[in-house]
Design a protein around this ligand. Structure first.
Ligand code: ATP
Length: 587
């Protein structure tokens, strides 16, 4: 399909402020895809990618390079282009403007197709080494010379890796389901996507092999699956009741989740909670896994925790995050060593997804030979509530976050990509006070006054609603940010600033600037209250009111390991509100 047509759809998607309309436009666009390859290429491009993120090939050309390509293609000086970029702040709009007034008229222009755009960017991502910068600029210039102003907008944004459309992977799945059957088919696509989170591949299989092809998609070592997540409770009693006493309890370690893949060719790969390939950051973990896991092929999961090898003591999460900021990975592995606590086995040559937890755990225990750097998580199968309570108090006493409580029933499968009641977290702070931490998404920001004038210093925060794939506001937060945090926030938010409300954000408030959902922060609050101004749980508890956080405060913890869809959900906040009410009434 020619890209000019596609760009018109992208423009409509960008302008719309309603999610349903966005899905409708996307569906219309997908209906026009002629073959499976086109559907695949389109899916990547809409998300600002060329390959799925876990492959680690980012387009991400720097703004400087894109500016140069715009200058070459339009016949202006790159300083002029840069100046406009400083004013407009959107490389796409800058490209559009300069291409519309270009000085160099080309005699012959080549019509740009979707395939041409995809293939050229594919070359751009693969070009490395000497002379690669010039080659990248040349490729991009080649596209811009042949582009209409609107096409140039999206080509430049693709080069930047940020399409500013507000479309997420789940939005695309919904449009794909619409095209090939109807919205009720979305769960089938989600199940496949949870095991194989490659949006292009899913689109391709759907278009070429239909629903049978989608149902046959399974785990493949080397391709991360979306992790299983936990619901939360406030007390051991509640967990006991939920799982009818059929449960295992494990310490909840405060480290970084790792999905470890062992491949037949002896390679080991590590993926983060957000499915990024973090293999290169952890040469020490690779070595331990190679020595201590007896599997020719497999997928296991665990938590890596910073620790002191002299005392054997665990160190806080922040310590591990320090490791991420350093560059010499071998050096930092020595400075900040980690130890692994494994808690699941998902594949050993065959899929364990459908096997109950005790079977997965038993297999895990069989394949690990333990030492101080690698162990299975501390676990008990409590027979009484008293035993569970004792283990919980023990975990708190020993400085752990609390417990992960897991169903051991016949249905205790590994639910990739789902937050359900088969896993339950019981954190220590839920017991003692009403305050709770929530992981919220920034959807808007406001400029400060006085010393903070000119910088965005308070933030409109939202929960995620997976049902509608929308973000609903729950508080404004400006407390808890140190001066350096404000600087960091302004840096983090810059690429996501928008002048209109992103389509998936539901808000009654108008911030100074809108922010595309991307950045997750950990927030504490004194309590959850009813509020007419926030949209979280609006109309769900009482008519014309929603829920808001009272006295929200940033804990200092940036949850960059979470994507916006991993944020605390609307339902979780409602559950927390109901539980809080119960506690107040009981006390
Ligand atoms: P939180 O924000 O509480 O860290 P989360 O939202 O990142 O949690 P949840 O599913 O809510 O994810 O909680 C489970 C997380 O706890 C896992 O992602 C994992 O990183 C961590 N964890 C620590 N110990 C265990 C364990 N024994 N079993 C499973 N997960 C564990």
């Amino acid at each position: 399909m020619n890209f000019k047509e596609i760009a018109k759809y992208l423009d409509r998607i960008e302008i719309t402020t309603g999610r349903i309309e966005m899905i409708n436009i996307l569906t219309e666009l997908y209906k026009r895809m002629e073959d499976a390859d086109d559907a695949a290429m389109l899916s990547y491009i809409i998300l600002g990618e060329i390959h799925p993120p876990y492959k680690g090939f980012e387009i991400g050309m720097s703004e400087k390079l894109i500016t140069k390509a715009i200058a070459f293609a339009s016949g202006y000086d790159s300083n002029e282009v840069e100046k406009r970029l400083n004013i407009l702040g959107d490389i796409g709009k800058v490209a559009e403007e300069f291409i519309s007034k270009k000085r160099q008229k080309t005699l012959f222009t080549e019509e740009l197709t979707l395939r041409k755009i995809y293939n050229t960017f594919s070359k751009i991502t693969l070009t490395t080494g000497e002379g690669s910068i010039d080659m990248k600029i040349k490729h991009l210039t080649g596209l811009l010379v042949n582009a209409s102003p609107l096409e140039a907008r999206y080509i430049a944004r693709l080069a930047d890796g940020n399409m500013r459309l507000g479309v997420a992977d789940m939005t695309i799945l919904e449009a794909l389901a619409n095209v090939k059957g109807g919205r009720e088919y979305k769960p089938i696509l989600e199940t496949a996507y949870n095991k194989h989170p490659d949006i292009g591949e899913i689109a391709k299989v759907l278009y070429s092999k239909g629903w049978d092809g989608i149902k046959n998609i399974d785990i493949t070592p080397g391709i991360p699956l979306r992790p299983m997540l936990a619901e939360r409770v406030r007390s051991p009693e509640e967990a006991w009741e939920k799982l009818k006493g059929k449960l295992a309890a494990e310490f909840k370690y405060d480290g970084e989740r790792m999905q470890i893949h062992i491949l037949r060719d002896n390679r080991v790969m590590i993926f983060s909670r957000r499915l990024e390939n973090i293999t290169h950051q952890f040469p020490d973990v690779i070595e331990i896994v190679k020595k201590h896991i007896k599997l020719e092929e497999g997928v296991i999961e665990g938590e890596a925790i910073a620790f002191d090898p002299d005392t054997g003591e665990f160190k806080p999460f922040q310590e591990l995050m320090r490791r991420k900021r350093k560059h010499d990975v071998h050096e930092t592995a020595k400075l900040i060593p980690v130890t692994l606590r494994l808690f699941d086995l998902i594949y050993d040559g065959e899929s364990y997804l459908e096997k109950p937890f005790p079977i997965r755990r038993k297999k895990l225990e069989e394949v690990v030979s333990e030492n101080e750097l690698i162990k299975v998580s501390e676990l008990i199968y409590p027979e009484t509530l008293e035993e569970l309570k004792k283990f919980f108090f023990m975990s708190v006493e020993q400085g752990f976050e609390g417990l992960m409580i897991k169903s051991t029933g016949p249905d205790s499968i590994y639910q990739a990509g789902a937050r359900g009641w088969l896993w339950i977290k019981l954190k220590r702070d839920y017991r003692v006070e009403l305050t709770d931490t929530l992981d919220l998404v920034v959807v808007g920001a406001l400029y400060g006054r006085g010393r903070k004038a000119g910088s965005l210093s308070s933030y409109l925060m939202a929960v995620y609603d997976p049902k509608d794939d929308t973000y609903k506001t729950v508080c404004k937060v400006g407390t808890g940010f140190k001066d350096e945090d404000i600087v960091e926030m302004n840096r983090l938010l810059k690429p996501f600033i928008r002048d209109r409300k992103p389509a998936r954000v539901v808000s009654h408030l108008e911030p100074d600037v809108w922010i595309e959902p991307a950045i997750v922060l950990e927030i504490t609050a004194s309590e959850i209250t009813l509020s007419p101004i926030h949209t979280c749980a609006y109309d769900l508890i009482e008519k014309n009111v929603g829920l808001a956080l009272r006295f929200p405060r940033f804990t200092g913890r940036y949850r960059l390991d979470k994507s916006p869809e991993d944020a605390t959900t609307e339902k979780e906040v409602m559950d927390m509100y109901h539980k809080q009410k119960k506690v107040i009434m009981e006390s």
